[in-house]
Design a protein around this ligand. Structure first.
Ligand code: M6R
Length: 607
């Protein structure tokens, strides 16, 4: 989970590499480095901390050269330190790596037994050491890389440069994404299109288990057996990947505020012109033939899938399981021919979700991916793609991708219900009308942001916070807790409201705020009973409900937040807003780094 970039330019590449790394910082930001070749010599600078630290270092000691590689790191093996930062240079080769070399211990032992010295604690340095060893044995750079790849187990995107050769980058991919960008007398390679958006709009996605030999004039693609492969150029709209904060203090805040328009846009893509039918943009899943649905994802995407489980079972009558992707893969699930599988991912590159998708595919069942990045590995490997059309999401805390995932999952649920004859055309139209109310209701919630700021001025002092809710809002309690932990570092847990009395209520005292999502619907009475149990034990309740729910509540709440009234179907999408805003403004109170919280990365491409 690091960002890598390589450039063969027509002028000095330092500033273009740094700009690319700025775009890739969402993939990791605990250390960074750059290596160029000037006058046949490899020049390397590395620093601990965010990219700004590397920039400071470069302002004192710039690197010259028209060829170079860069890296922004999310540590897997070895703490953030200069020695562990990339690029790693051994002899005549320097490289950057995203992924994990699983057999590095074995390889390291071999290098040490042959008299080699390893200076870092990383899994990456062995790759440079092996490549250099092969170069020293007389192999060409391409032969040396190819032989090195033959030694490696695990996942990687790698980018190599070679001392004495200012017109050659070799990059390889297995399990981690890699894209080549085409310029005029310039070539680029990086972890994703965003990294290269300021340089070119002509891209070729490197296929799995392929490597690419890049010179200033061209790129040639090969499979790991060394056979040249055809390549396809795609043209991307640079505007769609160039992102700015547009005046907002943080990307997260901007992305929260984009949700009404993003959902309107997705709705246009998933419904008929007369708003009477769901119209899926690509292939249609065969829900009518399924007797069971598996939904799998990680983190916030998993929680979107968790809501969808409630919807699929209630509205379309399709038995559904929800699984954390890293568990699904190893628990040997029973998969029959009539099982369908949905994978949800913003990035489309999350290693655990990708592995789960591949596992489902190996069982020959229909796979559907609900994804933001339409050129991602998951989008390319699944049978059916359902794009969420949320635009680039930069904030590490997922916000607009979550609500857009829910919107697309809701469309799939309605499609499934129609196919399975569980709803009439009139009911389908009613559901669609409810979806069309979402943008207006989101804006209503956002117009009350100041009230959330007031709540957070006190909430942020808490050491522990609980979230509770019932039914399809239970995953929102989990999401509220996840978001809060992630960016404010306050310990928070989400519980099904009815579960509190089975243990967690022991935590309740006057120092623990309990945020309760309790709209006035069929579950209101049961949820408020649980709230009374909390109040009776001195708990400080923040009640989030609609006007009716707040006025019907007979008890002392610490604070409350009024939500607009809405139909039960769309509640999970609307209640995402207070969950996100409570986390955002608590983080602001605490002064944490909202867009780049500690220890995290946006795209988790290691298992
Ligand atoms: O790209 P994905 O949607 O597959 O990512 C999954 C999770 O890593 C992600 O949702 C993570 O939990 C977010 N940081 C939560 O805000």
């Amino acid at each position: 989970m690091c960002g890598i970039v390589g450039i063969i330019g027509s002028t000095s590449v330092q500033s273009s590499i740094i700009e690319a790394l700025e775009k890739l910082e969402y993939r990791g930001y605990d250390s960074a480095g750059i290596a160029t070749i000037s006058e046949n010599e490899i020049l390397c600078r590395r620093s601990v901390g965010k990219l700004s630290c590397l920039k400071n270092e470069l302002s004192n000691a710039p690197v010259l050269g028209k060829i170079g590689i860069g890296h922004t790191r999310w540590a897997t093996h070895g703490a953030p330190s200069i020695d562990n930062a990339h690029p790693h240079q051994v002899g005549k080769v320097a490289l950057v790596h995203n992924g994990i070399i699983e057999n590095y211990n074995e390889l390291k032992a071999q290098i040490i037994s042959e008299g080699g010295i390893m200076v870092s604690e990383t899994d990456t340095e062995v790759v440079a050491a092996f490549c250099n060893m092969f170069l020293e044995s007389g192999m060409s750079p391409e032969e040396a890389v190819s032989s090195t790849l033959g030694q490696l187990k695990g996942a990687y995107a790698l980018c190599f440069i070679f001392e004495g050769n200012e017109d050659l980058i070799i990059a390889a991919r297995k399990g981690s994404p890699l894209v080549v960008g085409w310029g005029v007398e310039e070539m680029f390679v990086g972890s994703d299109a965003i990294a290269l958006a300021h340089l070119t709009n002509q891209l070729t996605y490197v296929e799995e288990e392929n490597y690419v030999v890049i010179s200033r004039k061209e790129a040639k693609f090969f499979n790991f057996e060394g056979k040249e492969q055809p390549s396809k150029k795609v043209f991307v709209n640079s505007e769609s990947v160039l992102v700015t904060k547009s005046g907002y203090r943080h990307f997260m805040h901007k992305e929260i505020n984009e949700q009404a328009s993003v959902i309107s846009y997705a709705l246009g893509s998933y419904t008929s012109f007369d708003r009477k039918r769901i119209l899926l943009p690509n292939q249609i899943p065969s829900f009518a033939k399924m007797d069971r649905l598996i939904i799998s994802a990680c983190g916030t995407a998993f929680l979107a899938g968790h809501v969808a489980k409630y919807w699929f079972e209630k509205i379309s009558g399709l038995p559904s399981d929800i699984d954390i992707a890293s568990e699904f893969r190893y628990r040997e699930p029973i998969i029959s021919k009539k099982t369908g599988a949905i994978f949800v991912s913003q990035s489309g590159e999350t290693a655990d979700t990708l592995a789960a998708l591949r596992m489902a595919k190996s069982n020959s069942i229909e796979t559907i991916v609900v994804v933001n990045s339409e050129n991602s590995t998951m989008a390319r490997e699944s049978d059916i793609i359902m794009p969420i059309k949320a635009g680039v999401e930069v904030g590490v805390a997922s916000t607009k991708a979550f609500t857009s995932q829910l919107l697309v999952l809701a469309a799939l649920v309605i499609e499934a219900a129609r196919q399975r004859k569980k709803i009439s055309p009139k009911q389908e139209e009613e559901f669609i009308n409810q979806l069309f109310a979402i943008p207006r209701l989101i804006n209503e919630v956002l117009s009350r942001e100041n009230e959330i700021i007031n709540i957070c001025s006190e909430l942020a002092n808490a050491q522990d916070i609980l979230f509770i809710a019932r039914g399809p809002l239970y995953p929102l309690a989990l999401e509220g807790a996840l978001k809060l932990k992630e960016i404010s570092y306050i310990h928070a847990e989400g519980y099904a409201a009815g579960e509190l009395k089975h243990g967690p209520i022991a935590l309740v005292d006057s120092s623990v705020p309990i945020i309760c999502f309790a709209p006035s619907n069929i579950l209101y009475d049961k949820t408020t009973s649980n709230i009374h149990e909390v109040i009776a034990r001195g708990g400080k309740v923040i009640l989030v409900s609609d006007k009716g729910g707040l006025s019907d509540f007979k008890g002392d709440v610490w604070k409350s937040f009024e939500m607009p009234f809405s139909e039960p179907f769309i509640l999970p999408i609307l209640y995402a807003l207070p969950a996100q805003l409570l986390a955002y403004y608590s983080a602001i109170e605490k002064g944490t780094d909202v867009d780049q919280p500690r220890n995290l990365a946006k795209s988790v491409t290691v298992e």
